[in-house]
Design a protein around this ligand. Sequence first.
Ligand SMILES: C[S@@+](CC[C@H](N)C(=O)[O-])C[C@H]1O[C@@H](n2cnc3c(N)ncnc32)[C@H](O)[C@@H]1O
Length: 248
Amino acid sequence: MNITLTKPFILRCFIVSLLLSLPFFLFLILLLLSPQQHYRHVSIATTGNDNLRIRPGYSSYDAYIQRQLNKTLNPRLRKIWTTRDWDRKIPVFARFFEDLKEKKLLQKGSKALCVGARVGQEVEALRRVGVSDSIGMDLVPYPPLVVKGDFHNQPFDNGTFDFEFSNVFDHALYPERFVGEIERTLKPNGVCVLHVALSRRADKYSANDLYSVDPLLTLFNHSALVHVRAVDGFGLDTEVAFRKNTLG
Ligand SMILES: C[S@@+](CC[C@H](N)C(=O)[O-])C[C@H]1O[C@@H](n2cnc3c(N)ncnc32)[C@H](O)[C@@H]1O
């Protein structure tokens, strides 16, 4: 077969091959722009540490929120959390907070926030140890103890709280936002106490896995480490306390 390579022929071949490869390039662009890819990259790049890994499998932010809500809104579980678990967990939280008071990290006059407080057991515990100006925040409100809010974008002004407690770091899809929001809403010199699991994997609703405290030291870049100690907090084994710098 004799094919003459004229200019129009070459041009037609070029256009046809361009059209044929278009779906591939579109697919590549969509893959690169998908939110999950983006955030996974951001998290690892920001912490610069393989000791904090974002779990794969969330196709979008909505999918992540929906997964959290599936458990938090479960009526059978909410019944248990507000009855049987209520009396079991509050005294344990209260002991943690008494201890933090003894260490002068928490005062009766502190304005306190519990991040990811679900039905507010830790808020009730704070109030029982005399920290009356305490509130919780969760995706689902539970008045009067817990207001609605996303910990990646807290509904509070800068410098609102003296003290923030959270045992839900593992639920953060964007750990740098989770910590950034705590540092933003703490007053200068304010204290943040986290309970985290280092020696075992947290539950199936977790969005990240933490293997050492090092990533937390990197993320809390406007705070100083106060202490790291072993605790027995409902499957969470380590308490890490930070104090926000005076200059914010
Ligand atoms: C393991 S539970 C802990 C509940 C509570 N702190 C306790 O110890 O009883 C995790 C909580 O984090 C909440 N949560 C998950 N993602 C959240 C988000 N992006 N913003 C606020 N709360 C969130 C869930 O709704 C759930 O109530």
